[in-house]
Structure formats: C-alpha cells, structure tokens
Design a protein. Structure first.
Length: 490
C-alpha cells in the first residue's frame, strides 16, 4: 500500500514538472504542512473501539487546493501528497498504521483528483459545478479510503468485508466527510473572491466541525467500551469452567482495548506490553492478563483502567469457578475412599457404552466385612474400606476406573482388550483382597466376590451393570473368594 502511495507521489512530481514547475507549490506547502499535521491528529473513527474506518479531516486541504489551483491540478495533488506523507509519518500510531494510512491517502487523493478534474469547469472555479466537482471528488476519496480500510480490517481480524463496509458508522462518516470537503471548497472560493483576511474566517466552522466530530467519536467510543466491559462482567460471572472464563476474558478484552489483543499467559508482561496478575489456574501456575501497551495516548488512560477492572472481575470469577469446580468434583467422589462414587461411575459407564467402546465391568462385594465391623469397630471398618480402595487402584492400574458404589460394594470400569484380560484382572482383585489387612485395631482378613461382565454391542449401561452384579452374586453362592464371568452364570 505504501509503495503504491509513493508511486502516486512520483507521478504527481513528474506531472508538476510537466506543468512548468509551478512556484506556488512552496506557498501551498507552507500553508498545508502545519494545517495538515494538525488535522491528521484528529480523525474520526466510526466503526469500532480499536479498529475501524477513519474519517480523515486533513483532505479538506486537497479540495481547497484543487479549487484554488483549478488550472494546475498537478500542483494541488503534489502539495497534498507531500502534506499527507509528512503528516501520517509523524503520527503517534504504530508504524504499520502510519504506512498504511499514508499509502491509502495518496491513492484516494489520486482518484479524487481525477474525478474532480474531469467534472470541474474550465473557466470559473467559483461556481455550482466546481462545488459539484469537489463533492464528487470527496465522495470518491472517501469510498476508496473506506474500501481499502475495510479490506485491511477484514483480512487482519477475519471479519466479513460486507459487515465492515455496511456498518452504519460508515455512512455517518461519509456524510461528515462531504461536509468537510465542502468547507475546503468554501475556503478556496472565499480566497479567490475576497481579501485574504476573510478566508481566515472559514477556519471557525472548520474548527467547529473537527471539535464536534472528535467529541462524538470520544463519546461513542466510551459508550461502546463501557458496554463491552459490562458484557465481559456478565459473561465471566456466568461461565462454569476455567477454560470458558479465559476464553471470555480474552474475547471481550480484545474487543475492549485499543491494542485489539488480550491474552492470558503464564508470564509477566514484556517490554511494550502491560498487564495485571490473575489468581493461579487449576494447575496452580501463576498467570497474567497481557495486552500490548497502547500507542495512542488518548487511549492509554482508559486501557489502564479497563485492564485493572478486567483483572478484578476475572479474579472474582476465578474464585467462584474454582469453588464450583471443587464442589462438582466433591459431588462425584466418595469421601471415605477418594474413589469415584456411584453417580460418577454410572455416568462414565454410560459415556463408554454410548461411544461403543470395548469395556467390561467388575462388580466387587467384600466377604466378611460385617464381621470386621462387629469385632473391631466401625472405625476399623472405615480404615479397611480405604485400604481396599488403595489395593483396587494398584491392581487395576491406570486404565481401570475403580469406584465405591456404597457400603462394601465396589465396581471397576475396564477396557476390554486382549481375550481373557478382564478375567485375569478379576482374579487379581480376588487375590489382592485375600491378603491380610493390618489395621490400627488389629489384623483382619476378608475376601471378595467379583462378577465380571464384558460389554455386548448395543447393550445398555444399566444392563451391563446388572449382569456384572448378577455374576457377583453367582460368585457368592459358590462360596465367595472368587471371580465369575457373566457369560458363565447359569
């Protein structure tokens, strides 16, 4: 884009030399350079908080020059190109924005000049036709500049191009730009028809338009930012997981801040970044809200306040989510053994069956547990159940999911891999629980009856659990301390 703008500048220079190197260029530059720099500082952004189509006010000088130099359009275009290039390159935005805006302005100015020269009258620059030429040129300038900006935003932020072009603010900006362009024509017409001091009076309405539009932009931007901050607060207080919270924080924060990007990272902000700490995540690691430091001084104050507000809102939400997740985990665990409870096990079993995974269920019931409770006490019974849970974990390994269904009943969800593998696991559970238990109240010996039921394709989860339970009762009827395969039950 910038390279194309430089090509326009070179073309304007060659055309100016072909016109005879008009010396009035120096006077035009003396007027336009400081005025253009000032007007460039106060554009109007009409489509978003941190990105959007800019309505530039500096091009009023282009239409002033095209009217006052109606017979020397190359001089007018060259003076504007030099003004725009200097004004945008010393702007306070990022270098990417500076180069893009400079190139876009020069291309838009070329299109506007061609349209204006084609329509304007040959003799009298102070005429309705000249005003029409200036307005048509202004419309062309705005359309080209808006299209280039919309394409850039759509590509950078992956948004639909039509949504950027058809945003209501785009039409508001176009209307304002035509008003600004008419002021450029008015200033030139007054300058041609009246003494120079009268021309200076046109600065008053021009300044009024700039101040009014700047105020409108600021008020609109603050309202949009406050609305985004409110939506962020609502969303972060309705999410149920830490991952959802981080996603909401990043999405709303990126839309809220002038830098257009906010991330939750496990590091402190680097140079050129700003941020605030957050409470640790589920893994206990520290993390920060990190966003590029604003390059626009006008946005720096709000961005700092917004980041602090987001950090406070997020900190509250993090604690709420952590408590909710802890409560949810506690609701799925057996408090005595630390194993999954019946609710968790039945859900895991239902999910496995629904996914048509090859699984099997071991239904485990302790033999002789009531005698331990009666002779050694309930505290010893609880200690024994906790030790049973530990042995089950060790026996079934990382792939098995043991659970306590209630009382002295346990179940294990196993992958059904190699033939005979689940039967061997059932036998291993029986052998592990047959070993003596060394409890605080004294030694205890129990055994276990285990029912093994591999899943059948198309079988419901409740049916699978019922078959394992029936196999376990078959083991008990056979004397206990054994494992019975469901298909062997008769």
């Amino acid at each position: 884009m910038f390279a194309l703008g430089l090509a326009v500048l070179v073309g304007a220079l060659l055309a100016w030399r072909a016109e005879g190197s008009d010396p009035s260029l120096l006077v035009a530059l003396a007027i336009c350079l400081p005025t253009g720099w000032l007007l460039t500082r106060f554009p109007l952004m009409v489509t978003g908080i941190n990105t959007g189509i800019l309505v530039p006010f500096a091009p009023v000088l282009l239409f002033f020059l095209l009217t006052s130099h109606a017979d020397r359009p190359a001089t007018a275009l060259l003076a504007w190109c030099c003004t725009a290039l200097a004004s945008y390159l010393v702007d306070r935005r990022s270098w990417t924005s500076r180069l893009f805006n400079a190139g876009s302005s020069l291309l838009s100015a070329l299109a506007a000049t061609l349209v204006t020269v084609a329509v304007q009258p040959a003799a009298d620059p102070v005429s309705p036709r000249q005003l029409l030429a200036a307005l048509l040129g202004a419309g062309t300038y705005y359309l080209v500049d808006a299209l280039l900006s919309a394409v850039s935003i759509a590509v950078e932020h992956r948004r639909p191009l039509a949504a950027e072009l058809l945003h209501p603010g785009t039409f508001v900006g176009g209307a304002l730009f035509l008003v600004v362009a008419s002021l450029g024509y008015l200033s030139a017409a007054v300058d041609l028809a009246m003494p120079g001091w009268v021309t200076n009076l046109t600065l008053v309405p021009g300044a009024a338009v700039v101040v009014a539009s700047w105020g409108w932009r600021t008020a609109h931007q603050r309202r949009a930012q406050q609305q985004e901050l409110f939506q962020a607060s609502v969303r972060m207080h309705t999410v149920s997981t830490d991952a959802e919270l981080v996603a909401a924080l990043e999405r709303h924060g990126s839309a809220l801040l002038s830098g257009g990007q906010l991330r939750v990272l496990g590091r402190v902000p680097d140079d050129g970044e700003t941020g605030r700490p957050l409470p640790p995540g589920p893994d206990g690691a520290p993390r920060w809200i990190v966003t590029p430091a604003p390059t626009n001084r006008d946005s720096a104050g709000f961005d700092t306040s917004a980041v602090e507000a987001l950090a406070l809102i997020a900190a509250t939400a993090v604690h709420r989510v952590a408590q909710a997740e802890a409560s949810e985990r506690a609701a799925l665990l057996d408090p005595l053994t630390g194993l999954d409870n019946r609710r968790a096990f039945t859900q895991q079993l239902a999910d496995a069956v629904a996914s048509e995974a090859a699984v099997a269920v071991l239904f485990v019931d302790l033999d002789g547990f009531k005698a331990v409770n009666d002779t050694l006490g309930h505290t010893a019974g609880d200690e024994l159940l906790a030790e049973v849970a530990r042995r089950l974990r060790a026996t079934v390994g990382a792939n098995g999911r043991p659970a306590r269904l209630g009382g002295d009943e346990f179940a294990v969800l196993l992958p059904d891999g190699l033939p005979g593998q689940v039967e061997d696991t059932g036998d291993a559970v029986v052998a592990a629980l047959r070993q003596p238990f060394l409890l605080s109240a004294g030694p205890a010996t129990i055994s276990a009856s285990v029912g093994v039921a591999p899943a059948v394709p198309g079988e419901a989860a409740q049916s699978l659990l019922h078959r394992a339970d029936a196999a376990m009762y078959a083991a008990k009827r056979a004397g206990g301390c054994r494992s019975v395969l469901a298909v062997d039950e008769a």
